[in-house]
Ligand binder design. Structure first.
Ligand code: 13P
Length: 254
């Protein structure tokens, strides 16, 4: 059975002291025999610190971003190989904050995916509609268009290594979660779209939900048949909330 993925995206938060407290708590409640895989995506500068804490535990390391080039004059950037040096397994790509605040194009996102897969890391591709698109009833069309645009560049063989995170932009950091039905509706469309392209390639595809996930809504969301885990921002910075989500998910899918 594929593991439920719970990915903590710390975004630009944390400090050496705060991370240490959070990681100690995570080490206490996480369990390598669990049905869920817990992944921490810290800011790059804290990657070494996180690696030192999680070594030997079931917790995995992820990155929030990567550059699409191998090496060279790219001031401030980090390569796939550098992430690999820290045993990083996952990397977020196409997060709406990067698309909107840093103008990340589809081509760059696709190039990052190609580079990550070649380097043996799993890209976590974020897709999702904004509020106006949701209100116009365009959510399903937007997510399939986002998928199609990336697949056209990277190809199906590369795309089979990708984890998808559906993150409706209107639900990110707003406290407004998609209802379990709204999320399931879109997750089902994503799975059907990909299985129509190639059922064999995509039968084990993981589709995560992200957007104001917390200890109160995680239980209902994870019961949905097409929701395979979470990408969590704010609640992943609070040990008690993360513990409650992690343990709750495990009991639902056990
Ligand atoms: P919040 O959980 O804070 O809404 O953030 C979601 C997100 O963007 C995770 O990548």
């Amino acid at each position: 059975m594929k593991k439920i993925l719970i990915i903590a995206n710390w975004k630009m938060n944390g400090s050496v002291v705060a991370n240490s407290k959070l990681l100690m708590a995570m080490l206490k409640f996480s369990n390598s025999l669990s049905h869920s895989e817990l992944v921490v995506c810290p800011p790059h500068i804290y990657m070494h610190q996180v690696k030192e804490y999680i070594v030997g535990s079931g917790i995995k390391l992820g990155a929030q971003n990567v550059n699409e080039n191998d090496d060279g004059a790219y001031t401030g950037e980090v390569s796939v190989q550098m992430l690999g040096d820290f045993y990083c397994r996952y990397c977020l790509v196409g997060h709406s904050e990067r698309r909107l605040l840093f103008n990340e194009s589809t081509t760059r996102i696709a190039d990052k995916i190609i580079r990550l897969v070649a380097g043996g890391l799993t890209p976590v591709l974020c897709i999702g509609e904004n509020l106006a698109q949701r209100e116009r009833g365009e959510a399903k069309r937007i997510v399939t268009e986002q998928l199609a645009a990336i697949i056209e560049i990277v190809g199906l063989t590369c795309f089979k290594s990708v984890v998808i995170a559906y993150e409706p932009i209107w639900a990110i950091g707003t406290g407004k979660t998609a209802s379990a039905e709204q999320a399931q509706d879109v997750h089902k469309v994503i799975r059907q779209y990909l299985c129509n392209l190639d059922k064999n390639i995509f039968k084990n595809l993981s589709i995560l939900y992200g957007g104001s996930v917390n200890e109160n809504n995680a239980g209902d969301l994870i019961k949905q048949s097409d929701i395979d885990g979470f990408l969590i921002g704010g609640a992943s910075l609070k040990a008690a909330s993360l513990e409650s989500i992690y343990l709750g998910v495990d009991s639902v899918k056990a």
